[in-house]
Design a protein around this ligand. Structure first.
Ligand code: CA
Ligand code: CA
Length: 179
């Protein structure tokens, strides 16, 4: 019995160790809260968590109220080259059920290539109000670090658009090394 308890304690300790993510410049995960500044849009971004693992970069974007029907989209910009200003890649997706999405190379914050055929995905989790954007490191040419900026655009009344950048207009989270 005592042995079992100790084993469970060790298992718990290792789980906690995994959850304890560093926040230094070379962290592998960063969560940034975002203010609710676009009351017109249900898909105002409330938080973004970016993780850089040994296989992929994952951006988990939480919205105020994600529904199956909407006129909103999300651009996830990924910066992988510190020597070149701005992001090198963007994954553009809608936020409604059955949406299409594509990954492309970027020049001056605009998609500048045909859609890339490497491994990437978007999963919309309605009950959690979350979009999970995954991009394989292969797509990004195995960068030593990466940082992310997201842009939500909502044509909320079918005519007018509001935008919500996180963490700010053309601003990025911290550089994250893979681990
Ligand atoms: Ca926001
Ligand atoms: Ca760059």
């Amino acid at each position: 019995m005592k042995h079992t308890t100790t084993g469970l304690g060790l298992a718990l300790a290792s789980v906690l160790a995994v959850l304890a993510v560093p926040t230094a410049a070379h962290a592998t995960t960063q969560t940034l809260p975002d203010a609710a500044e676009t009351p017109e849009s249900r898909t105002d971004v409330l938080a973004t968590t970016v993780r850089h693992s040994t296989t992929q970069v994952v951006a988990r974007v939480r919205f105020e109220d994600l529904r199956r029907r909407n006129n909103a989209g999300l651009s996830t910009y990924v910066d992988v080259d510190r020597g070149r200003r701005g992001p090198e890649y963007v994954l553009n997706t809608g936020l409604s059920a059955g949406t299409d999405y594509q990954l492309a190379r970027v020049r001056r914050w605009q998609a500048s290539s045909t859609p890339l055929q490497c491994e990437h995905s978007v999963r919309l989790r309605w009950r959690r109000e979350v979009a999970v954007v995954r991009i394989s490191r292969d797509c990004l040419r195995d960068p030593s670090s990466a940082r992310v900026s997201v842009l939500m655009t909502d044509l909320y009344d079918g005519v007018h658009a509001v935008v919500d950048w996180s963490p700010g207009t053309r601003r990025f989270g911290t550089w994250l090394a893979p681990s």
